[in-house]
Design a protein around this ligand. Sequence first.
Ligand code: HMG
Ligand code: MG
Length: 314
Amino acid sequence: MSLNHPFPDTVRIIEVGARDGLQNTTKHVSPAVRAQLVNLLVDSGLTHIDTSSFVSPKRVPQMANADQVFANLNRKQNVVYSALTPNLKGMEMALAAGATEAAIFTSASEGFCQSNINCSIAESLKRFESVMELAQQHNIPVRGYVSCIDCCPYDGQTSPEQVASISHELYQMGCHEVSLGDTIGTGTPIRIKRVLEATSKRIPMAKLAAHYHDTYGQALANILASLEEGLAIIDSSVAGLGGCPYAPGASGNVATEDVVYMLQGMGIETGVNMDRLLIAANFICHELGIESRSAAGTALSLRNSFLKTATNNN
Ligand code: HMG
Ligand code: MG
């Protein structure tokens, strides 16, 4: 069978479970547990970890004491431990904690930008200038996030041209890649393709990442559509954890286990060991007292325990 679409040979996964995954949970977990999660994720072969956020602890209490998360890491070489840095204060704290990459974040819609980071899009871009300057002085790469690429919980539908324009601003100011956030998970494959088509006219596709929440169950379909367009960087969250406190109704990110399962099945290399990833997933689900939201993770865990019981009975 010949495929019409040449898929990439490898995909880089950015694991956001310790940040996006834990920023909106009812049960707050300690910095030591958050660090342990990161260490287990790294053990599974993941090399890019969104580790925590240096944001106001009044606004996002789940991310408080991010410096202690960094202090408790068993750091490995060639692993990127990144942090969200919304302003200069955040960048200073991230540098002091030893983050090896920073991330600035804004929105393609005014309503979410205001609610999330308490300023307009234009003000956020202005704010990022000093953040970028400090990062450059310290040779720290910076990632850019653009939220609400399909729809905003406050302003409704977003235009692909607006996503392209804000993404371009972040790229121009020095972000090495731009992650496109379907924050409330409303996107569907053709709409996502339109966003990628518009944005890749302004920024190389190789510099774009997919950050799709799975609120409407569309995330894997949207990832497949994005791979068809040539995108090869995917943000995902262990056990499908995630959500933003300032995006009402947004549920988890696409689960890393589901992404890895799909990519393995397509012969696309990720460098992730599924059994070890399941250890990280079980660890954090146990800590939070919840079930995994990953279909593949749940199925594989059940299969593994069935095989274990069968072996023990023989
Ligand atoms: P502000 O509200 O404009 O106010 O902050 P401020 O700068 O005047 O500071 C107010 C208070 O916050 C002061 O403390 C500051 O010291 C403190 P007080 O005097 O009241 O005690 N403060 C900070 N503390 C720690 N770290 C900092 C910091 N900055 C100020 N960096 C700010 C602006 C952005 C900080 C605030 O609005 C905030 O923290 N918002 C939360 C943003 C957030 O974390 N949202 C979730 C992550 S984004 C996301 O999930 C989307 C994404 O996943 C992509 C997608 O899915 O679309 C990335
Ligand atoms: Mg997100």
